[in-house]
Ligand binder design. Structure first.
Ligand code: KIV
Ligand code: ZN
Length: 514
């Protein structure tokens, strides 16, 4: 059996998904869950892109101990310095430095000759070796690079000190057979290749990211990169939960082992989906709602007689439980605390007290609380309290099939000022959003609105995701409440708060361009 390392880039490549912008607290929560999932490497961000990103990578590096935390850097000293500043306190600091190698990128983006690109790459690795014990070097757009040139630059960066060589399919163009051949070519044509681990990094533009990653593993990759739920720019990255489960279920074929804690997969997928607002399609492999549902009579009959007739992955393997009712109105503080710890939340006493209070209030209205409800309570609590942002104090909506929907909203603007406004709309949600816009005295454009139930049943919590534009800043927001209108208002306020925070920290995403 060979060991395959898992490198998660949900917080870097995944966060580059359109409309996704996570706060520092949310990124830390995801990183802690990725550590529990058994990720070998967590790419926490791109420290040179903004002060906010640097701080959040730093916080993750200081917190996570069993996974190696890394950050992305272009091949320039200032990026490498920023990455070191962010990662130096980590348990196993590692740099991820890249430069584009394909003729298209060399000519149009970098405007550099072949030799100039090699020179930049080598210098950046040499410079990084002064700080970092482990350096991963990536050839951006490797799959559209001439193979002899790719082999040449790989040899040089290994000599300069790189320990991991990543071969990204940046534009999601390659086929599984071709990708495998690139790995074979490098193994056969780079004399010092045995000194490094080869890594696969695939995008899903042609829907082949997972299968390409598996092909790379078959042809010598010792590391695979991707994101949870396959989120990422454009069509996304390889979905790591799918790669992990494929390696496990077809161990006979792949002969590979991983550190993945499979029972944490569903929880990680749910957390990433909730915090990013990127809803998992019901038919998605491994983590989709229908992935284990047998609908047709013939299949149901087969499964009842013998599960393995139609079920190759057991839901329990990936942490899907059918009955996860956990607590109710009579549950005490101790049971509540233990359950949250089991769910992986280490919380300060004051936060725990506040959460217990919210739990008691919710349990008065909702008979049985599930794991999803508890996670929702914690995530909701984390939305509160950033200085200079708005908080909902009260909401009233009048709606009748004959009348004009009207909303009255009271907001706290967090500098102690209470704002109250009322407005109408064509529907209740529009009335609320018109009122909020009036309260906030800003021009806000609603770009997207989605609603989902947090669990099942009539009394399930509602989750609303919105995307808004405030001035030139686009942000997503989420809101959870038992009432759909309250959840709608909270999501909108949350999105505007994120825009305010982004403006304060100037943490608009800078895309890597060198
Ligand atoms: O897809 C890609 O090429 C990347 C690199 C920055 C590694 O994400
Ligand atoms: Zn990528």
């Amino acid at each position: 059996m060979k060991k395959v390392n898992f490198f998660d880039t949900t917080l870097r490549d995944g966060e580059q998904s359109a409309g996704v912008n996570l706060t520092q607290k949310e990124k830390l929560e995801i990183a802690k869950q990725l550590e529990r999932l058994g990720m070998d490497v967590i790419e926490a961000g791109f420290p040179a892109s903004s002060k906010g990103d640097l701080k959040s990578v730093q916080e993750i590096a200081r917190t996570v101990r069993s996974s190696s935390v890394t950050g992305l850097a272009r091949s320039v000293q200032s990026d490498i310095d920023a990455a070191w500043e962010a990662l130096k306190d980590g348990a196993h600091p590692r740099l991820h430095v890249f430069i584009a190698t394909s003729p298209i990128h060399r000519q149009y983006k970098l405007k550099m000759t072949e030799d100039e690109v090699i020179e930049h790459a080598v210098r950046s690795v040499q410079y990084a070796s002064k700080y970092f014990p482990t350096i991963q070097w990536s050839a951006e757009d490797a799959c559209r690079t001439e193979l002899p040139y790719l082999a040449k630059i790989v040899e040089k960066v290994i000599d300069a000190g790189a320990n991991v060589i990543n071969i990204p399919d940046t534009v999601g163009y390659i086929t599984p057979q071709e990708y495998g051949k690139i790995f074979e070519y490098l193994k056969n044509n780079v004399p010092n290749i045995d000194r490094v681990i080869l890594s696969a990094h695939c995008h899903d533009d042609l829907g082949m990211a997972v299968v390409n990653s598996l092909s790379a593993i078959e042809h010598g990759a010792g590391q695979v990169e991707g994101t949870i739920n396959g989120i990422g720019e454009r069509a996304g990255n390889a979905a790591l939960e799918e790669v992990a489960v494929a390696l496990h279920i077809r161990k006979d074929h792949f002969q590979a082992e991983t550190n993945i804690q499979f029972q944490e997969i569903k929880r990680t997928s749910d957390l990433v989906s909730k915090l990013t607002g990127m809803i998992v399609p019901p038919n998605k492999a491994v983590v989709g709602k229908n992935a284990f549902a047998h609908e047709s009579g013939i299949h149901q009959d087969g499964v009842l007689k013998e599960k393995t007739t139609y079920e190759i992955i057991s839901p329990e393997l990936v942490g899907v439980t059918t009955n996860n009712l956990v607590l109710g109105k009579h549950s005490g503080r101790h049971a509540f605390r233990v359950k949250l710890q089991e769910l992986g939340f280490q919380l300060e006493e004051s936060v725990m007290n506040q959460l217990f209070h919210s739990f008691k209030q919710l349990s008065e209205r909702k008979k049985e609380l599930t794991e999803e409800d508890l996670v929702a309570l914690v995530l909701e609590e984390q939305l509160k309290g950033d200085e200079g942002t708005y908080e909902l104090v009260s909401l009233q909506v009048n709606y009748g099939t004959e009348g004009v929907p009207t909303a009255t909203v009271t907001l706290n603007d967090q500098v102690g000022q209470i704002i109250q406004e009322a407005a109408t709309g064509n529907g209740s949600v529009e009335a609320i959003y018109n009122t909020l816009e009036r309260c906030m005295k800003q021009s806000i454009t609603l770009l997207d609105y989605r609603i989902q139930s947090n669990s099942s049943g009539r009394d399930a919590l509602a989750q609303v995701y919105v995307k808004v534009r405030v001035d030139d800043v686009e942000t997503g927001g989420r809101g959870i409440a038992q009432d759909v209108l309250e959840a709608s208002a909270k999501a909108y306020i949350n999105a505007v708060n994120r825009a305010i925070l982004m403006n304060h920290t100037k943490s608009k995403k800078v895309q890597p361009t060198l």
